[in-house]
Design a binder for this molecule. Structure first.
Ligand code: GLA
Length: 381
């Protein structure tokens, strides 16, 4: 029995409802979700588990994090930091929306690393809201839950797009989600990797988007699209922007902003290209695109950091098929595409050189593609 299953049986078997909420990877399409773009995420086999029990007598909702050994009362606690902040934000919004809910006790445990850029906060919020929706029969759709969870991030101070929450809610085993963020629709693309494997390497530089230039990038992209729209009447969104249009508004932009705009246009092309290559099973082409995206994120969009740059450089040196920083940036994980046969060896070389050069021990997270948020029946496992 796996460690997480043992823990689940030990800690959550009394709960009336258990929800499994996975993290996500993103194959390609970084910083495009808030630009009406296409992205290609997938849910993974690492998750947060939430056990819900309705309180018969208690008046307020309490949440216990087993991993952090902390309990909060969503009505009466001063601790509004870290993981607790997400629950305060959820309940604040519930109040504003006048959504009634009965008091519950919720216990949480997880095998999803926090602060690694694999959307532990989206998993936490989507899983919690999914559970409340079941218990209180609100009738929210998966898309509505995803958008509610996105609103929670905005409340916390990260002006994110919808990719993470969408992937967490709509993930499907062995499928990538080709998500059109403008229309909020998706189609699934097979992601059976056969003799290839995906590994995340966590730089262990904490990825924390609150207080980073993440929101600045979003503002820059808004500035660029609005300058383009002033010039062209018929450009409804970034989906219609061409390279030359970004050049034409250069006068209104700083040199960095101009580069950031070029990154967005080029990343649009790479997502289209990769979605097609995924259907053709052309893994070499996808790998090459991953390296190009990293170059763009690091040099043009400027959201990487020395440590994730180093991990990607080491991947390249060791002839990994493709690698790039993943997620919002400023630390967190790289995603690496490898041949199964040589994967273990190469990962070892990369991680030990990284450790030697930085003094930081990185974590290796092998990922398989799993289902989105759902109810978990412990007896079936
Ligand atoms: C974070 C945000 C997402 C997305 C990515 C970058 O994960 O939460 O909305 O913008 O960064 O692609």
């Amino acid at each position: 029995m796996s460690d997480i299953l043992k823990k689940l049986k030990l800690e959550l078997s009394d709960a009336t409802l258990i929800v499994r909420a996975p993290g996500r990877i993103n194959i390609i399409g970084e910083h495009l979700d808030y630009n009406d773009g296409f992205v290609l995420p997938a849910a993974i086999d690492k998750a947060i588990y939430l056990g819900f029990t309705k309180k018969e007598n208690g008046k307020t909702t309490t949440i216990e994090s087993i991993d952090f050994d902390e309990t909060i009362d969503v009505e009466n606690t001063d601790n509004t930091n870290g993981w607790a902040a997400y629950f305060f934000a959820v309940h604040k919004i519930l109040k504003e929306k006048e959504m009634w809910h009965s008091p519950i006790a919720c216990k949480i445990l997880s095998d999803l690393p926090v602060g690694a850029g694999i959307s532990s906060s989206a998993a936490l919020c989507c899983g919690y809201l999914f559970g409340l929706n079941e218990l209180n029969e609100w009738g929210l759709t998966r898309l509505e839950i995803a958008k509610f969870a996105q609103q929670v991030e905005h409340e916390i101070g990260v002006n994110c797009g919808l990719m993470d929450q969408y992937a967490v809610m709509f993930g499907l085993k062995d499928k990538a989600i080709l998500l059109d963020c403008k229309n909020e629709t998706h189609q699934y693309v097979d992601l059976r990797l056969r003799n290839k494997a995906l590994f995340l390497i966590n730089s262990n530089i904490k990825h924390e988007l609150v207080g980073t230039p993440y929101n600045d990038r979003r503002r820059t992209c808004e500035k660029i699209i609005s300058a383009i729209q002033d010039r062209y009447e018929d450009i409804p969104s970034w989906q219609n922007v061409k390279h030359h249009m970004v050049d034409e508004v250069k006068l209104h932009l700083t040199a960095n902003e101009h580069q950031q705009g070029i990154y967005v246009v080029e990343e649009f092309q790479r997502v289209k290209f990769c979605a097609a290559k995924l259907i053709e099973l052309n893994v070499t082409a996808i790998g090459k695109a991953l390296y190009e995206t990293h170059e763009g994120l690091s040099k043009q969009f400027q959201v990487s950091c020395d440590e994730t740059d180093l991990l990607v450089a080491l991947a390249k040196q060791n002839e990994v098929l493709g690698a790039r920083m993943m997620g919002g940036g400023f630390g967190g994980c790289t995603i690496n595409l490898l041949d199964k046969k040589t994967a273990q060896n190469k990962i070892e070389v990369i991680t030990s050189s990284y450790q030697q050069k930085t003094g930081i021990t990185p974590d290796v997270i092998p990922v398989n593609i799993g289902n989105g948020v759902d109810i978990l029946i412990l007896d079936n496992l």
